[in-house]
Design a protein around this ligand. Structure first.
Ligand code: ADP
Ligand code: MG
Length: 650
């Protein structure tokens, strides 16, 4: 039946990705099989679920399995499943395009990456899935029939720009993918994937844990059951043997990793399982296992990836934990099991005491689920904490990749706030290269220091030059330099760490002075009182007070907010998001030892020209604003004032 063959073009992103696969820079080509088996396994999961939900669905679910067939003469390898299948639109949508979020970003980065190693890394992060077939095949034929549909679809492509698609009448339920293998090539070490032994070896290495049987014909010379396979699926083998002339055997052990004793599972098995659930091509940073017994029994096998996914901060981002009930896959992206700020955690939770038709609504209300989630979150946080001490490099990787997401938890997860703070690291004045934990900061606090000091802003460079920092640096106080936009958000709602209040050095009054210095300051305050009052009146439109500062050593002035005022950076962020924010008036602080300020003081005391003094006051305010990286309300007026001054000094 080839009545309606259509030739269609791949979407352009897909075409680029295919080119990469065809000229495969990825050295480990065996992984194509893992991708196809993983898709087949997903398709079986989906069908079982669908049949469970929709009792009317006319499908065969008694013998769900994956079947591999090699044909050395034709040089083909076929991966077939009797799972959910795809209809025509799905084949076009899923196989002809890449709908994954972050695709554009991925391709842009790939373009920038010249070397092969860098590209491999990126491919690993992105996961190429089905297209991995084109690393080893020069033509791929996919035949599929959607569960419940009568007609099937045949898709074929050489991966070069176009594919053909046609309706077929006699397709079996599910999907079969036939790879027309490239000629074996010694130089490239392209293995012979028509070799049964090779295929079995790859399946055992990458897909052993797949819970569905993966069947293959027994080798011709070993048709009795003395074959080395430790099959747990003897019945399947028999039933197939009857209906089929070839005798089949199951080549994977099908043991769910999370149900096996921890001591029995090797690191490599975890890695392969991680790749299956995460669609990542590189291994995890850390593996976490939890087993809860008693009235609500469950097992969890969670992973911290080594890389942030490209869509970590995109709107369509998903959560990475799958829910199983008694070994049966129930749902992907189970948001009831992991909070948003830990969305990058991947893995599986298998609950023994839930019903198979559990729904999102039920999960949301279930108290046991809430308890389970709480335990999972605590375990993830404590695992990261132990990385900090036991594997500092892994911790640094974690923080670099996921820190920004984790800090969102400081806003959302009140119960775990202390545990989250405990695993946070921040840039600080202590070390330009390395971030510090709060615990280490507290450890270094000076005698008598009560607060954890921080400064927020757009960049480290801007903060380092901020006048607010001067006295703190001069007196040797360490200050955290917070430059993530999210930092502006959480600092307002986190009052303290381990009993030490957090304090912005750009807000409120600072107390860095000795008693003697305080005495001297009081005298100066009296001396400057008239100037300060007068300046306050002149600048009343822009500032709420003018006072003397104890945080300045070299700058003439700076502007500070009250404790609960928005910081200028946050104000800017809100405005950028289109929010109406009333003008925040802050306090102008003057450095009484600066020549500019003392000159102003003298001129005012002598009753100098008031227009001139007013202009000077405005300039001092403008300079302070520029020094903290702020924006002038009227730059042209400021320039006129400066130009005027300069002219008169020349
Ligand atoms: P991913 O598995 O990461 O989604 P793939 O490129 O491997 O990406 O597959 C793309 C999509 O094509 C899958 O999400 C699935 O919807 C569909 N698909 C692939 N293989 C099969 C299959 N054997 N049966 C049913 N659908 C499949
Ligand atoms: Mg896939």
């Amino acid at each position: 039946m080839t009545a309606n063959v259509e030739t269609l073009e791949f979407q352009s992103e897909a075409r680029q990705l295919l080119q990469l696969m065809i000229h495969s820079i990825y050295s480990n080509k065996d992984t194509f099989l893992r991708e196809l088996v993983s898709n087949a396994s997903d398709a079986l999961d989906k069908l079982r679920l669908e049949a469970f939900r929709d009792k009317e669905l006319q499908v065969e679910v008694d013998d769900l399995h994956i079947r591999l067939e090699t044909d050395p003469a034709a040089r083909t390898l076929t991966i077939a499943d009797n799972g959910i299948g795809m209809d025509r639109a799905e084949v076009i949508g899923l196989i002809g395009t890449i709908a994954k979020s972050g695709t554009a970003e991925f391709l842009r980065k790939l373009k920038d990456t010249q070397d092969a190693a860098g590209s491999q890394d990126l491919i690993g992060q992105f996961g190429v899935g089905f297209y991995a077939s084109f690393m080893v095949a020069d033509k791929v034929t996919l035949v599929t029939r959607k569960a419940g549909a009568t007609e099937g679809v045949r898709w074929e492509s050489a991966g070069e720009g176009t594919y053909t698609i046609e309706t077929v009448e006699d397709a079996p339920q599910g999907t079969s993918v036939t790879l027309h293998l490239k000629p074996a090539d010694d130089e490239e070490h392209l293995y012979d994937y028509t070799s049964r032994a090779k295929v079995v070896e790859i399946v055992r290495r990458y897909s052993d844990f797949i819970t569905w049987p993966i069947r293959m014909a027994k080798p011709a010379d070993a048709t009795d059951s003395t074959d080395s396979t430790d099959t747990t699926d003897a019945e399947d083998t028999d039933s197939d043997a009857k209906s089929d002339a070839v005798e089949l055997e199951t080549v994977n052990s099908r043991k769910a990793l999370w149900a096996r004793p921890q001591s029995e599972v090797g690191a490599e098995e975890y890695t392969e399982f991680y790749k299956h659930v995460s669609h990542d091509w590189t291994g995890p940073l850390e593996t976490i296992r939890i087993a809860a017994e008693g009235t609500f029994e469950y097992q969890a096998l969670l992973f911290i990836p080594e890389r942030a996914p490209l869509d970590l901060f995109m709107r369509e981002r998903k959560r990475g934990v799958q829910l199983y009930v008694k070994r049966v896959f129930i749902m992907d992206d189970c948001e009831e099991l992991m909070p948003e700020y830990l969305r990058f955690i991947k893995g599986v939770v298998d609950a023994q005491d839930l019903s198979l038709n559990v729904s999102r609504e039920i999960l949301q209300r279930d108290r046991q689920i809430q308890l389970m989630r709480r335990r999972l979150v605590k375990k993830v946080l404590s695992t990261v904490k132990s990385l900090r001490t036991d594997k500092p490099e892994a911790y640094e990787t974690f923080w670099r990749e996921f820190g920004r997401a984790v800090k969102e938890g400081l806003l959302d997860d009140f119960d775990n706030r202390d545990a989250i703070l405990d695993i946070c690291s921040f840039p600080s004045t202590e070390d330009a290269e390395k971030q510090t934990t709060l615990a280490d900061y507290v450890e270094r606090m000076k005698d008598g220091q009560q607060h954890v000091y921080y400064l927020t802003g757009e960049s480290r460079a801007a903060l380092e030059n901020s006048p607010h920092l001067e006295a703190f640096l001069a007196k040797g106080f360490e200050v955290l330099l917070l430059t993530d936009p999210i930092d502006e958000m959480w600092v307002g709602s986190v009052p303290e760490f381990g009993g030490k209040p957090l304090q912005s050095i750009a807000k409120g009054e600072v107390d860095l002075e000795t008693d003697e210095e305080k005495e001297a300051a009081k005298e100066r305050q009296a001396d400057f009182a008239a100037l300060l009052t007068w300046l306050g009146e002149q600048l009343a439109e822009t500032v709420k007070e003018v006072r003397l500062s104890s945080r300045l050593t070299t700058s003439p002035a700076c502007i500070v907010g009250d404790t609960f005022d928005l910081s200028p950076n946050l104000e800017k962020m809100y405005r950028a998001m289109g929010q109406e924010i009333p003008q925040v008036k802050r306090v102008l602080e003057l450095n009484p030892t600066h020549p500019l300020v003392t000159a102003l003081h003298t001129a005012h005391a002598k009753g100098g020209d008031l227009t001139d003094l007013t202009a000077a006051a405005e300039l001092v305010y403008g300079l302070a604003l520029l020094a903290e990286g702020g924006e002038l309300a009227d730059p042209s007026r400021f320039i006129r004032l400066v130009t005027d001054r300069l002219e008169r000094t020349l």
